[in-house]
Design a binder for this molecule. Structure first.
Ligand code: 13P
Length: 255
């Protein structure tokens, strides 16, 4: 069975003290309340907090994510953070290819592909984000566009490597807007993406890849989204900043 995820992306929010409280609250609630052994809670927190928050984790149900990385292991890249550095402070997941990084920092599919390689080389897990704009959806090119994002950044991987990637489908029009993709729209795209993986790697491999949905996931819509057969959880922005709500999202999986 595929691992299910409630992954939080705090983005550029919370001071250290505020973040420490939020992180501890989630960790403690998840430890006490989350009973589904197949669900993993991941929190993507700002870089300066990673090392300290790693020490707050008191359950295997919770893991730490960085929100970005540089593809090189070390060197003259002022201001950047490498995967070996992240690993050395207890990070196990790295969010890459987020639409905000693609848009504001002009990150290309090829650059993101290099990050995938550097994360897998250190045996960490990439959370690879993809998703279309509203204009692309309205033009009817959304399936092809997102398939292309996968092909361009993931299809150089071996089947064994691909199985270690977590994909997050985040339609840009649903991020931070309060407009969620309907559960049918999410399921439809997730199925398209899984079929695309199957076309390259075979169904067995495709069936092992967790595909998360992101874009205005809230405690009141998580259950319906997570009930879809190809939706393996959520990458949660705004709602991950509230400990009770985010823990409730993590408890929204069927079974
Ligand atoms: P929201 O949940 O705030 O829409 O953000 C989604 C997101 O971008 C997670 O990476």
């Amino acid at each position: 069975m595929r691992t299910k995820y409630a992954a939080g992306n705090w983005k550029m929010n919370k001071t250290f003290e505020e973040g420490k409280i939020l992180f501890s609250e989630v960790t403690n609630m998840v430890k006490d309340e989350l009973v589904n052994p197949n669900v993993k809670v991941v929190m993507g927190v700002p870089f300066p907090y990673l090392s300290s928050f790693a020490n707050l984790i008191n359950t295997e149900k919770v893991a730490l994510a960085a929100q970005n990385c540089h593809p090189k292991a070390s060197g003259a890249y002022t201001g950047e953070t490498s995967v070996p550095m992240l690993k050395s402070v207890g990070v196990s997941y790295v969010i890459i290819g987020h639409s905000e990084r693609r848009e504001y920092f002009e990150e290309s599919d090829a650059f993101i592909a290099q990050k995938v390689d550097s994360i897998l080389a250190e045996e960490l897990t990439p959370i690879f984000c993809c998703g279309e704009t509203l204009a692309q959806r309205e033009d009817g090119v959304h399936f092809d566009f997102v398939r292309g994002q996968l092909s361009n950044s993931l299809f150089h991987l071996s089947a064994d490597a691909l199985k270690k990637v977590v994909i997050a489908y985040e339609p840009i029009w649903a991020i931070g807007t309060g407009v969620t993709a309907s559960s049918e729209q999410a399921q439809e795209m997730h199925k398209v993406l899984r079929d695309h993986l199957a076309s390259k790697y075979g169904q067995e491999v495709a069936d092992e890849v967790s595909i998360l949905y992101g874009g205005s996931v809230k405690p009141n819509n998580a259950e319906e989204l997570f009930a879809q057969p190809d939706v393996d959880g959520g990458l949660v922005g705004g709602a991950s900043l509230d400990s009770r709500g985010f823990t409730d999202i993590a408890k929204s999986f069927p079974g």
